[in-house]
Design a binder for this molecule. Structure first.
Ligand code: ADP
Ligand code: MG
Length: 363
């Protein structure tokens, strides 16, 4: 009655964005069977929108009135959250917009952020419905946390120069990872096994192991103990085509099997890639594997990653460091680069940890 309307805090209002094609295409079904019943039970009001195509969510987020929502919830894999974060940052009011809490209910095949949340909350590693239910529970319980965001500058998508001037580098924002070599190859090549759900990564790993490749490149990073750190601008990085300062930076040139930069604990719901990472430690956890590693050792590395035990696997080809910024210059002409699991233009790329944004499923 009217008494309730005055006395009770207004119910939380969430915008639910569903990618009906994520994972094995079960997101809408899981909405009906698991998600919406829990959200209604928690007296949360919501609007549900199904995305119709790639970048639909990104465009929508650029236009909507944000004060109407207490949070934006992605019901998909990591790819749709990547769209939403970038949609928020592309708004003229991005400084305010990025404070809008976001959350994820995992229905994709790549559910790394959900795996990380589940881990930070102290739950045992799990997949599929159990992971979804844990994330739903954290969402309904409420609570907002700051979480690291990384600013990434990639090469322009079209290398063809206009009026003799090269196209401008592209800026985007990342909440999870940058990958080159083995990890990005598996992510992209395994798209064709989408019907398998998250098992696509296991199969993809075995296929790529069978024809193991290495790539020439140069990796430079600013270790956490160097430089001075202040978040607002990309103050640690010169433009992508300018040389890096020599002081404090470490550069490695040679043949790489993979480079992985990750800022949350999980690379996939069952891959604990950075066991020491937390929500907003302001760190990029950088792993790189040099050519020369045997297939057996690489396989052992990925198997150990399920428990986060790969850090103690000692191999002269494998390195783990923490950094505030890095630059990657592929020197092999062909390869794949991903940001949050999404393909970006192949070429030099650099990244630095930025401001924290709000995350809605505080553990
Ligand atoms: P998954 O983990 O299964 O890959 P994602 O959330 O990562 O799920 O989505 C995969 C890709 O689909 C992303 O690139 C995303 O931008 C895109 N996408 C989002 N909505 C749609 C849609 N309605 N149709 C096709 N692709 C979409
Ligand atoms: Mg994805």
């Amino acid at each position: 009655g009217p008494f309730h309307q005055i006395m009770m805090p207004r119910p939380r209002r969430l915008l639910l964005l569903v990618n009906p094609f994520s994972g094995r295409g079960q997101a809408m079904q899981w909405c009906q069977t698991h998600i919406l019943p829990m959200i209604r039970e928690a007296s949360i009001s919501y609007n549900l929108i199904q995305t119709e195509r790639q970048n639909h969510a990104r465009e929508l987020i650029r236009e909507i009135s944000l004060p109407e929502w207490d949070g934006i919830i992605i019901i998909s894999g990591d790819g749709l959250l990547h769209e939403v974060i970038n949609g928020l940052m592309e708004r003229p009011d991005w400084e305010q917009a990025i404070k809008t809490p976001v959350g994820i209910l995992p229905c994709g095949s790549g559910n790394a952020l959900a795996g990380s949340i589940n881990h930070y909350a102290g739950f045992d590693m799990c997949l599929r419905e159990p992971l979804l239910l844990n994330c739903c529970f954290l969402l309904c319980r409420g609570g907002v946390m700051p979480m690291d965001m990384v600013s990434v500058t990639t090469s322009p998508s079209s290398p063809s120069p206009q009026n003799g001037r090269p196209a401008a580098p592209r800026r985007l924002y990342s909440f999870l990872s940058v990958a080159w070599g083995f990890v990005s190859d598996v992510d992209i090549e395994s798209e064709r096994y989408r019907g398998l759900g998250s098992a696509r990564f296991t199969l993809g790993t075995l296929v790529r192991l069978a024809s193991l490749r290495s790539y020439k490149g140069r990796l430079s990073y600013l270790p956490v103990w160097g430089g001075s750190f202040s978040p607002p601008r990309d103050d640690l990085l010169p433009p992508l085509d300018q040389p890096l300062p020599t002081r404090d930076w470490v550069t490695i040139e040679g043949d790489f099997v993979l480079v992985l930069a990750i800022y949350q604990s999980h690379l996939g719901a069952d891959l604990l890639a950075a066991p020491q990472a937390c929500f907003n430690d302001g760190l990029i956890h950088l792993t790189f594997v040099r050519a020369g590693i045997s297939r057996a050792t690489l396989l052992r590395l990925f198997l150990a990653m399920e428990r986060g035990a790969h850090l103690s696997l000692s191999s002269p080809y494998v390195s783990h460091v923490t950094a505030k910024a890095f630059r990657l210059q592929p020197l092999s002409s062909k390869g794949t680069l991903t940001v949050d699991g999404e393909l970006v233009p192949y070429g030099p790329l650099q990244a630095q940890v930025k401001v924290a944004r709000s995350y809605l499923q505080s553990p």
